[in-house]
Design a protein around this ligand. Sequence first.
Ligand SMILES: Nc1ncnc2c1ncn2[C@@H]1O[C@H](COP(=O)(O)OP(=O)(O)O)[C@@H](O)[C@H]1O
Ligand SMILES: [Mg+2]
Length: 400
Amino acid sequence: MQHSGGRYRGAPLPVNRTTRELSSAGRSSPHPEVREEPAPVAWVGPTSPESRPKPDHGHVGIGDPSAQELDPAASEGQSPETEAKVATAMDHPPNGKGPPTVLAAHDLSKRFGSQVAVEHLNLEVHAGEIFGFLGPNGAGKTTTMRMALGLIRPTSGWVEVFGQDVARHGAAVLPKVGPLVETPALYLHLSGRDNLKVFAAPLGGVPPGRIESLLELVDLSERQRDRVGTYSLGMRQRLGLAISLLHNPELLVLDEPANGLDPAGIKSIRSLLRQLRDFGKTVFISSHVLGEVERLCDRVAILRRGQLIQVGRIEEFRDSAGPFVVDVEDAQGALDLLHCQPWGQSARLDGQGRILTEAPGGRGRELNSVLSRAGFVPDGIGRQQRDLEEIFLELTGDAQ
Ligand SMILES: Nc1ncnc2c1ncn2[C@@H]1O[C@H](COP(=O)(O)OP(=O)(O)O)[C@@H](O)[C@H]1O
Ligand SMILES: [Mg+2]
């Protein structure tokens, strides 16, 4: 696949990756570049971190409950202005969709001492999709993303990025990746615009107008000359995103970019990411809050204690989850019948006297047939509509 930003082909890594960094993986006292502490969003230069000005760390609050209150996707249509901003900010994508898989974890595991952070993880992120990486805190999302960015070395297995093992060929593939891992660490005493310039410098500069169009894209034009220290959390996150887009990457790896944002901030990031996807970018985004990514992602992977629990489209989770609800006159008689079936052991009555049950082969039609043949003709059969958040908690929680 050709990188559209030909001028940046072979550009320095968007994240620094040194032998020291990789060999420090797993130590409790990490090398500064290993992101135990917030570090700059995108180390982009060949210079050592010590030779760069030291950024202030933008502190990002965690787990703002309001982040779960979201507007329906229907209200988040893209405005023509936003589309135009993306088109201006981004170079045109390469011809065609490129490889179907841009990032894949192959039997990936990571241990920190006796702590297993990621265990035999296999997943694929396809070109042009927004792929959600979901799991509660401590599930292993950040660890996986750090391995995907070549920041730490896997204990076993490997991460393929644009067809190459990122731990061995990071220099070749990481210029195509835009990273935003956890908290963006920005130069708080500098303006938003100057932050972009500082991060652009090691790239050898960016095309004329790129900084302006990125500021426009992330809706920071009006505040571009203000010190970042005066920015809200959402503005800092958007600036972090702009920094990760400076070198026009094909793949964005975003670790909890919506963390701590209010609903408006989340909506704005979502809208931006949709536009980038529509423009041909691939987005690999993590979150511990389903609602943040529910209406955004084409597919999601659910991670729990380092292991992949499920992967698929959100609708599939909804459709596959939840028992059937049966309305039938003689509910008790029908329940007795169901309890005699191998698939009906868990059948029960709900508070309204309806039966909640599994169906043979998961098919409602078969359930109808079994009941009807025995004389329990249902008045209605349907899937119980469950809150997606409930399903997510069940999949990721300890209850299961
Ligand atoms: N540098 C580290 N040293 C020791 N344990 C770590 C380190 N980084 C992560 N872990 C542990 O690995 C597990 C996964 O962490 P993490 O990848 O940060 O999860 P998530 O991003 O899903 O919240 C957690 O139990 C965490 O405590
Ligand atoms: Mg994390």
